[in-house]
Design a protein around this ligand. Sequence first.
Ligand SMILES: Cc1ncc(COP(=O)(O)O)c(C=O)c1O
Length: 383
Amino acid sequence: MTPTLTSRLPGVGTTIFTVMSRLAQEHRAINLAQGFPSFEPPARLRELVARHALEGPNQYAPMSGWPALCEAIAHKAERLYGRRVSPDREVTVTCGGTEALSCAIQAVVHPGDEVVLLDPAYDSYEPIARLCGGVVRHVPLARPGFGIDWQRLADALTERTRLLVVNTPHNPTGACLAAADLGRLAELLRPTRAFLLSDEVYEHMVFDGARHASVLSHPELAARAFVVSSFGKTYHATGWKIGYCIAPPPLTAELRKLHQYVTFSIATPLQRALADFMVEHPEWEQELPAFYQERRDRLGALLAGSRLRLEPARATYFQLVDYSAVSTAKDTDFAAELIRRAGVVTIPVSPFCEAPPEERLLRLCFAKDDDVLEAAAERLRAL
Ligand SMILES: Cc1ncc(COP(=O)(O)O)c(C=O)c1O
């Protein structure tokens, strides 16, 4: 008998990032779509990776992470966010932020549990929640500014809510939560039995003198939270797929049950190199905001004469632009048109939302070299 395949994720196609990057290649267009830098990781870090690969060991790292890397992560959590975490019991090194997100969701969501997402929501959360039998509730972020709509969030949190996912700094809008927002979040979650998953992969890209308000800096929230970060984002090394999750010991124990059967452990030379680099160059992450802010400002200046309206970009390496002066087409159609008409690939915002936004918005990634930004902006100015 021929087996019939029944999809466990009906309705899920290939992620918009892969679709748009493929189109960029096909049309030889400028890719401002997928969120990866066009520059390399620091030379010293690459040198350390090479050295550790040459000298070994090159065998399995411990399941939860290379001890020196877990210590460096714990040290960072204390230095930046004032939270003391146990490197052994609260830190897990994962295959990118993606694996950490997936394992965290699977660790807590049972069939029928409700999972609350704030739209636009990064596209990996919902499919995993659904695989677990979770029921996803979408709460749109407030306009203008893409802050949390506190009333709508309060209404969405019920006794059935098992997980709230927040993403700060936020992809795709470039918004970020302030310290005061964490207090309000704690008040809302206090009477619930919901865990919190805080996706903070852009933690080191917050601009204009503001500071990243990590859930780790809020003891009450941290006590019920998985906090996820990505070395790929921080060190311009998205292709290495290495990140981590910090969570209290009982949550970490459950997360590791998944992690051990998903990847078991992460490339040893990468972990050892990152551990060395974090100790040698703690200033790296402090310099990152200025580095990206300059790029944001450069793109802003280059687009100044265009008919695109720039949304405030307070964090991440993304810039939202409103194209309503150029076209009334919906964002997915206009993004496709832009590839043909201008040879620039962007990301539409509606695939991140349950209900398409009223605005006409596209996301541009400015983690690109000057010549790329200049060439893209010249084409966009001609619209
Ligand atoms: C909001 C958000 N979370 C998680 C990730 C995944 O991070 P990683 O590449 O480390 O898996 C990304 C990558 O684009 C992201 O934008």
